[in-house]
Design a protein around this ligand. Structure first.
Ligand code: NAD
Ligand code: MN
Length: 486
């Protein structure tokens, strides 16, 4: 929780915009990053990346075609032998250098994330950037210690990794993918999401500055088609994907008859449980952060609130008051709590699911807040009286919308929490330790937070069950996704 947010609590401030003043050299055009160099796409195509808070174009981005993909994969293949044979401590030095450069440039990189993606600057500054650097530092430390990670085994790199990432945490997802892969001696072809590619290309500049050997990392920008071609490419040994469950299933289908290794980090529909013995004001803060962080564009967002029936009126009243204090607006304002919705299609999807829930009988609770005239916006929203059969209770909404449901007993809480095709994360608020431990063992979710939410650390593994995917990122488990053990 940031300081601004605590000050904000209680609604006792007077509003004064505090705009981030760092200027960022966003280039008019970004090329592909292949074999250590920035090169124009062979097909000559470019597409715009816009600022979702204003709908204004920020720059244009190269569209990779299959000839570019061939070149990137060939470069990664040439780089593999020397990179994988390099002593781990030497590879680690490059990763430490990359981590330090991310730290040095974190103010401008935060501005890029916010302009290109719509997220509040305080989140880019205090979450995305420190976490991205921390991830490189963490895996830099493993590069020369793989023998200790897997005692008695030899950990061999897989080869060329194709990595496809989403738009909700662009630079951080790049770090989650690249850092462990490189630490283990793999080489990479990374495809950022088409609406949020700019920071990956600034990361490419950092890789050049760090003098990372040519071809070890290649960055191909482009639409879904570019991702599909990467998945199908015969020169790739491993695919790592983060994004929607729908695309994840397609990828699993494509990869199944091949020798490619696969890890998938897909959607979520996390249950956030609050019991009558919970510290209620702390819980309200955790629940609010759990759903409104990054406009709810978070795969582990606590989008289903399960409230013990006896405290429903109190919880609803407090949530209603609290969301009225959230500041929605200019993502570059350091006091903004809720920025812009990332894209028009995402806004349409949020509207559709909320509209459907109201039609199905849910009560809509929104504060009266004025939204900017241009750009993509959605107010912080509660849906009360949602039932398990409502579409909004089953599908990932990926927006600032909390579905409120109830339960009577811990057994009922578990049953309802696990009644979802997903299994990425969950949260529990209760003062009773024994209850927490019991629930943690019964919740079918990869990550369970107790009396906190959205706590991340590079040393802690993250990943899902069921339709949320398989494989773990972070921690020693994250190394397993990038090695074969002999
Ligand atoms: P998406 O899955 O379509 O896109 C994620 C990435 O995959 C992007 O880089 C995209 O270009 C690429 N891609 C798309 N189709 C592909 C294909 N057939 N083969 C290979 N790569 C492909 O996600 P989206 O359309 O941007 O968002 C749709 C929904 O997905 C959201 O509403 C949200 O529910 C969910 N989502 C989840 C996450 C997550 O972190 N788990 C992230 C983004 C979106
Ligand atoms: Mn953009």
């Amino acid at each position: 929780m940031t300081e601004e947010r605590r000050l904000n609590f209680g609604g006792k401030w007077t509003y004064a915009p505090a705009l981030e003043s760092a200027t960022v050299p966003i280039a008019p055009r970004y090329e592909l990053f292949i074999d250590g160099k920035f090169v124009p796409p062979k097909g000559g195509g470019y597409f715009a990346s816009i600022n979702p808070a204003t709908e204004e174009p920020l720059t244009e981005i190269a569209r990779a075609e299959s000839a570019d993909l061939d070149a990137a994969v060939a470069a990664a293949r040439r780089a593999f032998e020397p990179w994988s044979k390099m002593p781990g401590r030497e590879r680690g030095k490059y990763l430490f250098r990359i981590a330090r450069l991310i730290q040095e440039k974190s103010r401008e990189l935060a501005v890029i994330e916010t302009l290109d993606g719509g997220k509040p600057i305080k989140e880019s500054r205090d979450f995305d950037l420190p976490q991205a650097a921390a991830h490189f530092f963490y895996y830099a430390g493993w590069a020369d210690k793989l023998d200790y990670a897997f005692p008695g085994r030899r950990a061999k790199p897989l080869g060329v990794c194709g990595q496809i990432i989403p738009w909700n945490f662009p630079l951080l997802m790049a770090a989650w993918k690249l850092a462990p892969a490189l630490a283990c001696g793999n080489t990479c072809v990374l495809k950022p999401a088409e609406t949020s590619s700019i920071s990956a290309l600034h990361l490419a500049q950092i890789l050049q500055e760090a003098e990372l050997p040519e071809g070890v990392v290649n960055i191909l920008t482009g639409p879904a088609e570019t991702g599909r071609a990467l998945v199908e490419h015969a020169g790739i040994d491993k695919i790592a994907f983060t994004g929607s469950t729908e695309v994840g299933k397609q990828i699993a289908h494509t990869v199944a008859p091949t020798n490619k290794k696969l890890t998938l980090e897909l959607g979520g529909k996390a249950a956030h449980l609050i019991f009558e013995d919970a510290p209620i004001d702390q819980a309200i803060e955790g629940i609010v952060a759990g759903i409104f962080f990054n406009q709810g564009h978070v795969c582990c967002a606590g989008s289903r609130l399960l409230v013990q029936e006896s405290i429903l009126p109190a919880v609803l009243a407090k949530l209603r008051d609290r969301i009225a204090t959230l500041r929605v607006g200019d993502p570059m304002d350091k006091n903004t709590d809720l920025g812009a919705i990332h894209s028009r299609p995402q806004l349409d999807k949020i509207r559709e699911l909320v509209g459907g829930a109201v039609e199905e009988g849910a009560e809509l609770i929104q504060p009266s807040c004025s939204l900017p005239g241009r750009g993509y916006w959605f107010p912080p929203t509660l849906l009360n009286g949602v039932t398990a059969t409502h579409r909004v209770a089953r599908e990932e909404i990926f927006g600032p919308v909390l579905s409120v449901m109830t339960f009577r007993t811990p057994g009922e809480a578990i049953e309802r929490a696990n009644n979802t095709p997903y299994g990425l994360s969950a949260g529990i608020w209760s003062d009773k330790g024994s209850k927490v431990f019991d629930l943690v063992s019964k919740l079918r979710a990869g990550v369970v937070w107790a009396n906190t939410y959205n706590k991340f650390d590079p040393a802690s593994p993250f990943g899902g069950y069921k339709e949320s995917g398989f494989g773990r990122e972070g921690g020693v488990h994250g190394l397993l996704s990038y090695v074969k053990l002999e």
